[in-house]
Each structure stands twice: as structure tokens, then as C-alpha cells.
Ligand binder design. Structure first.
Ligand SMILES: Cc1cc2nc3c(=O)[nH]c(=O)nc-3n(C[C@H](O)[C@H](O)[C@H](O)COP(=O)(O)OP(=O)(O)OC[C@H]3O[C@@H](n4cnc5c(N)ncnc54)[C@H](O)[C@@H]3O)c2cc1C
Length: 274
């Protein structure tokens, strides 16, 4: 849709040219959300795609995805890693999490990791991926400094995160240690083409530890870590500790349904990864 209040589009090509930014400015990445609804408070768009960030950087420490990396590129990594990094057994999870963003190939080729994380929707599929694999987010501040924060601390609520005015997400990182795990994935949505209502992902590390990440069902990610496979009672006790008001309440599922079914899916994953 046309954004009638927007008066200017900037396309910086260097880090220094990103700023100044104020509350009337928005970073433009894929634009699949920005152009999908009215943005009455916006005056300028700052297109970060001209910065030329390499979308994917593989190293011994893991995978760095630029904020401008598209969902389609993340999905394509799964197949590529099977050949190039066979020890990264969690690779199929990248594509699986992309399928939690039910959209046309055109949207997949345009929507970005940074846009998904910055929107901080409960059903943020890249947030699900990062939560399950100990992902971190690198943020550039206007003063030239930067900070790295776990995605579980980056997202603070439904459409809420730690970004201050002028902050720009540069990249996300998936550590190699988490990528060597076995994983199990469950996603439910009330309608076949609808947004995720519940996403539960399990990870069994090579040291025997188990990690369980709940997203979409809750307004921000909840991650359970246990040094071995927990008992059903231990899992249920952790689940019961998620505060009442943290279960997502929107058109994609009632909080009671999300709370009850999350435990069912978590127990399935516990059994699968035992
Ligand atoms: C059919 C369809 C289905 C969708 N399904 C889902 C879904 O299941 N789950 C979901 O979460 N979303 C969904 N979306 C919403 C959206 O398309 C995705 O979240 C997408 O990943 C956003 O990425 P983008 O690059 O298009 O973001 P943009 O629209 O470019 O930006 C989104 C927001 O993030 C900010 N931003 C972008 N990049 C940065 C950056 N580097 N630093 C700081 N701020 C930044 C922008 O200013 C804006 O506020 C869907 C959209 C469509 C059209």
C-alpha cells in the first residue's frame, strides 16, 4: 500500500550514513510488513539493503545471518548445509522454521530475518529458530557502539523488544555447538494458511542436555534447559511456571488452548528426543 506520510527514502551505503534516525524514521528491509498496513507516524524510510551485507557467513563458530538475509535464503541453507556441514545436524530446523511463516514464495524471497526479529510478533518464525538454537542478535547503536543480546532477552513481549530509537539490527548468530544437536519441531495453526498459534522446538545436545523453546504460544520466547532428558513431572513443573499473562491472546488461538496444547507437544518432543 502507499504510505502517504512518507516524504523521503534514504539508501545509505556505509554504516556512518545510517544516522541520524528519529522516531519518524523506519528501517526498511524487505518491506513486507511496512507496506502491508498504514504507518501514520512515519516520515522517512531508511533502506538497509544498499549496505551490501553478505546474507550468510559460515565459520567454525556457527552461522551469521545478516539482518537483510531473506527467509528464502535461510530455508535454502538447510539443504546446502547437509552437504557442506554434515555435523550440523540441526540444519533441517532452518527450513522447518521458515515454514512457520506461511506465505507465498514472493514473500519468502523478500521478508528478512531482521524485519521478522524486529517486529517481535509472538509468531516470529525467525525468533522461533533463534530461540531453539541459542541465537543472539547484534545491534548497532547510533553512537557507533554495538551490543549482542540473546534473542530470548531481545524480545520482551508481543511486538516489543529492547531496541531504542536509532538502533539498527545488523545480524543474528547461531552458534556451532547448538547446530550439532538433534532437533524436534512441532507447529500448530488454527487454519492451514494461518499464522502459527504454537511452536515448540526441542534440541538434544551432544552432551545429553535438552533444550525446549516455546514461541508463538507465548508473547515472548520461553526456553527450558535441562542437563539431561527431564521427567514428565519436571517438564510439567517448568510449563506451570510460565506466568498466566504470558500466553498469547489473539485471533490465532485462545490462551487456554495454547497453554494446554503446548504441554502436549512438549511431552511429545521429550519422548522423541529421549
Ligand atoms: C502473507 C504474510 C504472512 C506473514 N506471516 C508472518 C508470520 O507468520 N510471522 C511473522 O512474524 N510475521 C509474518 N508476516 C509479517 C512480515 O512479513 C514478516 O515478519 C517479515 O519477516 C518481516 O520482514 P521484512 O524484511 O519484510 O520487514 P519490514 O517490513 O521491512 O520491517 C518490519 C519492521 O522491522 C523494522 N526493521 C526491519 N529491519 C530492521 C533492522 N535491521 N533494524 C531495525 N529495525 C528493522 C522496520 O522498521 C519495521 O518496523 C507475514 C507477512 C505476510 C505478507
Amino acid at each position: 500500500m502507499d504510505l502517504h506520510t512518507v516524504e523521503a527514502l534514504r539508501s545509505p551505503t556505509t554504516r556512518a550514513e545510517l544516522w541520524p534516525l528519529d522516531a519518524g524514521d523506519a528501517i526498511l528491509s524487505g518491506g513486507t510488513w511496512l507496506f502491508s498496513e498504514p504507518q501514520p507516524g512515519l516520515r522517512r524510510l531508511i533502506d538497509v539493503t544498499a549496505l551490501g551485507w553478505p546474507p550468510i557467513t559460515l565459520s567454525d563458530s556457527g552461522i551469521e545471518l545478516a539482518a537483510t538475509c531473506t527467509v528464502a535464503q535461510v530455508s535454502g541453507l538447510s539443504a546446502g548445509l547437509a552437504a557442506s556441514h554434515p555435523r550440523w545436524t540441526a540444519a533441517p530446523l532452518l527450513h522447518q522454521c521458515c515454514t512457520a511463516l506461511v506465505a507465498s514464495p514472493k514473500i519468502w524471497r523478500t521478508a528478512t530475518v531482521g524485519g521478522n526479529v524486529c517486529l517481535s510478533f509472538p509468531a516470529g518464525s525467525m525468533i522461533s529458530l533463534l530461540s531453539a538454537l541459542d541465537g543472539t542478535v547484534t545491534v548497532w547503536r547510533p553512537d557507533g557502539t554495538e551490543y549482542v543480546v540473546p534473542v530470548t532477552d531481545f524480545v520482551t513481549g508481543a511486538s516489543a523488544n529492547v531496541l531504542a530509537v536509532g538502533d539498527v539490527v545488523r545480524s543474528v548468530h547461531l552458534p556451532a555447538a547448538a547446530l550439532t544437536a538433534g532437533t524436534a519441531y512441532r507447529k500448530l495453526a488454527p487454519s492451514p494458511l494461518g499464522r502459527s498459534g504454537i511452536v515448540v522446538i526441542g534440541r538434544r545436545d551432544i552432551d545429553g542436555g535438552l533444550v525446549l523453546a516455546v514461541t508463538a504460544a507465548t508473547v515472548r520466547p520461553y526456553v527450558f534447559r535441562h542437563p539431561s532428558v527431564p521427567t514428565s513431572d519436571e517438564l510439567a513443573a517448568w510449563h506451570a511456571g510460565i506466568p498466566e499473562g504470558q500466553w498469547t491472546d489473539d485471533a490465532h488461538g485462545d490462551p487456554d488452548w495454547r497453554r494446554a496444547v503446548t504441554l502436549v507437544l512438549a511431552e511429545q518432543i521429550r519422548a522423541e528426543l529421549s
